[in-house]
Design a protein around this ligand. Structure first.
Ligand code: AHG
Ligand code: MN
Ligand code: MN
Length: 313
C-alpha cells in the first residue's frame, strides 16, 4: 500500500476520486477540492479562536467576531492562488473583489462562517460556497455551476454538488474527505420543520402554515445555524426550513447570494424545492450583493403547501 494512504482511502472513495468518477470537469474538481481543504484551515482557526468581538462591522451592520474576518481572509487567500477564480464576493467584504488576472473561469460567493453567533455555544456552524461561471449578478439558474457547504460539528462534513447530484463526505482522522453518502435524495414529504424569525413578527398566512405543520405533528428542529439546519433536512431526507418575510422586514433575513442560492442549488439536486414563497430562489435575479429574501426550502410537499398558504393571503 502506498506510503501515507490510509485504509479509509484504500477501501473508500475520497472526494477527488468521487468527483472524477462523477465526471466533474477538471478545473471545477480542483476548485472544489481547494475549498474543501480550506475548511480544515478555517476549522483550525475556530479551534484557536479568540471569542472577543473584532469590533469590525460588515455591510450588514452586524458585530463581527474575529472569526468571521479571519475565515474570510483564509478563504480569499486560498482562492487568490487557485488560478481558477476571477472574482470573490463574501458576506464579509463590502464589494465584489477581483482576485485573479481576469481570465479565470469562475466567480465564488462565500458565507465564510455561517452561524458565527453560535461559536461560543459550541453548536455546529458552517461555511457556504457558491461557484458561478457567468457573472454572479444574474439569475442563479443560469450562472451557478456548483455549490457546497462544510459543517464544523462533532465531525467535519462537506456536501457538494456540481450539477450531478448532492454528495456528503466526512473528514477522517488522516484529514481525507471520504464519501459517506452519494446522491442524497429528499423524500416527497418529511417530518421536521426549522423555522426562523419571531412568532410575533410572522405574517398571518405564514403563521397559518406553521400551525398546519404543528397540527400534522412535525418536529421542530431549529438551531439558529443555517448550515446545520439545512444539513439536517438533507441527511434526514426531508422536511422544511423557512426564514420567512417578517412584518417589519418583508425580505426576511437571509442573503440571496451568499446563503440561499448555494443551498437552493444543493436541495434541488437532492430533488427538493427552494422558493421565496412565490419564485424559485435560483430564478430570482441578484441585483445587489446584500440582497435578502424570504426562504422556504426542503421537500416538495411542505414547500408546495407553504406556497398555497401564502397564496391564500
Ligand atoms: P451569519 O452567522 O452568517 O450571519 O448567519 C446567521 C443566520 C443563519 O445562520 C441562521 O439561519 C440565521 O442567521 C438565524 O437567525 P436568528 O438568530 O434570527 O434565528
Ligand atoms: Mn450566514
Ligand atoms: Mn456569516
Amino acid at each position: 500500500m502506498g506510503e501515507g494512504i490510509s485504509d479509509y482511502t484504500k477501501f473508500c472513495v475520497d472526494l477527488r476520486r468521487q468527483m472524477w468518477m462523477a465526471g466533474v470537469e477538471t478545473e471545477l474538481r480542483r476548485l472544489i477540492w481547494q475549498i474543501a481543504v480550506t475548511g480544515k484551515y478555517i476549522f483550525a482557526k475556530i479551534h484557536e479562536s479568540n471569542r472577543k468581538l473584532a469590533g469590525f462591522k460588515n455591510i450588514f451592520g452586524e458585530e463581527q467576531l474575529a472569526l468571521d474576518k479571519s475565515s474570510d481572509q483564509i478563504l480569499k487567500n486560498q482562492l487568490q492562488f487557485s488560478g481558477f477564480v476571477r472574482e470573490y464576493a463574501s458576506e464579509e467584504q463590502d464589494t465584489v473583489v477581483r482576485i485573479g488576472s481576469g481570465t479565470e473561469k469562475y466567480f465564488v460567493t462565500a458565507d465564510p462562517l455561517d452561524g458565527s453567533s453560535l461559536v461560543d455555544t459550541n453548536l455546529a456552524i458552517g461555511t457556504i460556497i457558491g461557484i458561478h461561471n457567468g457573472s454572479m449578478m444574474g439569475v442563479g439558474k443560469q450562472t451557478m455551476v456548483a455549490a457546497l457547504y462544510i459543517t464544523y460539528g462533532p465531525l467535519i462534513t462537506m456536501v457538494y454538488s456540481a450539477g450531478k447530484g448532492a454528495h456528503e463526505f466526512v473528514l477522517n482522522r488522516e484529514g481525507e474527505y471520504v464519501l459517506s453518502q452519494e446522491n442524497i435524495r429528499l423524500k416527497d414529504r418529511g417530518d421536521i420543520y426549522s423555522v426562523g424569525g419571531l412568532r410575533k413578527d410572522w405574517t398571518p398566512e405564514h403563521l397559518r402554515f406553521v400551525e398546519f405543520l404543528e397540527e400534522q405533528g412535525y418536529k421542530l428542529r431549529y438551531s439558529g445555524g443555517f448550515v446545520p439546519d439545512i444539513n439536517q433536512i438533507l441527511i434526514k431526507n426531508g422536511g422544511i426550513f423557512t426564514y420567512p418575510a417578517l412584518k417589519k422586514s418583508p425580505a426576511g433575513k437571509l442573503r440571496l447570494l451568499f446563503e440561499l442560492q448555494p443551498m437552493a442549488f444543493l436541495i434541488e439536486q437532492a430533488g427538493g424545492i427552494a422558493t421565496d414563497g412565490k419564485t424559485d430562489i435560483l430564478d430570482i435575479p441578484v441585483e445587489d450583493i446584500g440582497q435578502r429574501s424570504p426562504i422556504y426550502i426542503g421537500s416538495r410537499f411542505e414547500v408546495e403547501k407553504a406556497k398555497a398558504f401564502l397564496r391564500a393571503s
